[in-house]
Design a protein around this ligand. Structure first.
Ligand code: HXC
Length: 260
C-alpha cells in the first residue's frame, strides 16, 4: 500500500518494516502520519505472513516529536473532546513484537513512540529526550509513565522537568534500550531486522504468549503476574507448536512450526 508519510516493506521472511518518512520535518508526528502508522501497524498485525515488525526513521531522526506546528493553536475543548493523542497508543495493543530501530533524534512523542515498542535498539547517534517542558507542556504519549517504569523516579523527574536530552549510552546504561549497536549508516536497522528474523523464526503463538506475559509484569502485582505467566505457560500445552518443539528437541532435529 502507498502512504504519504511512511513506507512499508517486507525486508525478510516474516518481518514487516515501517519507516517514518517525513524527512523535511525530522519525522515530526502529525495526525495524518499517525493515522497512516496505525493503519500500517494494524495491517501487519492482521497479516499471517508477518511475525515481527520493525519501526524506524531516518539516520537523522527517528522522530523529533509531535508536530508542534500542528499543535500550537489547538484549544483545550478541542483536544479534550477530540481525545487528542488517544489513538496514538494503538501500537501497544498489537499482538506481534515491535522493534524500534532508533537513529538520531527520538524526542518528545518520538521518544514515547520508541518506548511503546517492545524492544529498542539504538544507534550511537541516537538522542532521546522529553523536551516538552521547554515548550510549555509535558509528555502526553506515556513518557512520564513509561520512563518512570524503565529508569525510576529521580532520573525521570530530572529529564521531564529540565527537558534535557539523553544519549544512546545513557539509554543503554539505564535499560531504556536493550543495546547500542555499532557505528555506521543503516547498522541499527540491519540489526533490528536480524533480531526480528530471529523472533519470526520461533512459534508465533509462543512469541505472542511471551510478549503478553512480559507486559503483565508492568500491569500486575508480582503474584498476579506470576500466576498469569503460569496459566499462559499451561495453556501452551494445548498447542501443536509445543508438541512439535519438544518432540524436535528429543529427536535432535529442528522444529517446523505450524504457528498453531
Ligand atoms: C514540527 C518540527 C519538529 C516538531 C523539527 N521540526 N521538529 N516541526 N514539530 N516536533 C522541523 C523544523 O521546524 C524544521 O522545519 C525541520 O524540522 C528541521 O528542524 P531544525 O530545527 O531546523 O533542525 P535542527 O536545527 O537540526 O534541530 C533539530 C531538533 C529541533 C533539535 C530536533 O528540530 C527541535 O528541537 N525540534 C523540536 C523537538 C521537540 O520539542 N519535540 C517535542 C515536541 S512536543 P523548517 O520548515 O524550519 O525547515 C511532543 C509532545 C508529545 O512531542 C505528545 C505526545 C505524543
Amino acid at each position: 500500500k502507498q502512504y504519504e508519510f511512511i513506507l512499508t516493506s517486507r525486508p525478510a521472511d516474516g518481518v514487516g518494516l515501517i519507516t517514518l518518512n517525513r524527512p523535511k520535518a525530522l519525522n515530526a508526528l502529525s495526525t495524518p502520519l499517525f493515522t497512516e502508522l496505525n493503519d500500517a501497524v494494524k495491517a501487519f498485525d492482521d497479516d499471517d505472513g508477518v511475525r515481527a515488525v520493525v519501526l524506524t526513521g531516518s539516520e537523522r531522526a527517528f522522530a523529533a516529536g509531535a508536530d508542534i506546528k500542528e499543535m500550537k493553536d489547538k484549544q483545550f475543548a478541542e483536544v479534550f473532546k477530540g481525545k487528542f493523542l488517544e489513538s496514538w497508543s494503538l501500537l501497544t495493543t498489537v499482538r506481534k513484537p515491535i522493534i524500534a530501530a532508533v537513529s538520531g533524534y527520538a524526542l518528545g512523542g518520538g521518544c514515547e513512540l520508541a518506548l511503546m515498542c517492545d524492544i529498542i535498539l539504538a544507534s550511537p547517534t541516537a538522542v532521546f529526550g522529553q523536551p516538552e517542558i521547554s515548550i510549555g507542556v509535558i509528555p502526553g504519549g506515556g513518557g512520564t509513565q513509561r520512563l518512570a517504569h524503565a529508569i525510576g523516579k529521580s532520573r525521570t523527574m530530572e529529564l521531564v522537568l529540565t527537558g534535557r536530552n539523553f544519549s544512546a549510552q545513557e539509554a543503554a546504561e539505564w535499560g531504556v534500550v536493550s543495546r547500542v549497536v555499532g557505528e555506521g549508516e543503516g547498522v541499527v536497522l540491519k540489526e533490528a531486522i536480524e533480531l526480528a528474523q530471529v523472533i519470526a523464526s520461533k512459534s508465533a503463538i509462543a512469541v505472542q504468549a511471551g510478549k503478553e506475559a512480559v507486559n503483565a509484569a508492568y500491569e500486575h502485582t508480582l503474584n498476579e503476574g506470576l500466576r498469569y505467566e503460569r496459566r499462559v505457560f499451561h495453556s501452551l500445552f494445548a498447542t501443536k507448536d509445543q508438541k512439535e518443539g519438544m518432540a524436535a528437541f528429543a529427536e535432535k532435529r529442528k522444529p517446523t512450526w505450524s504457528h498453531s
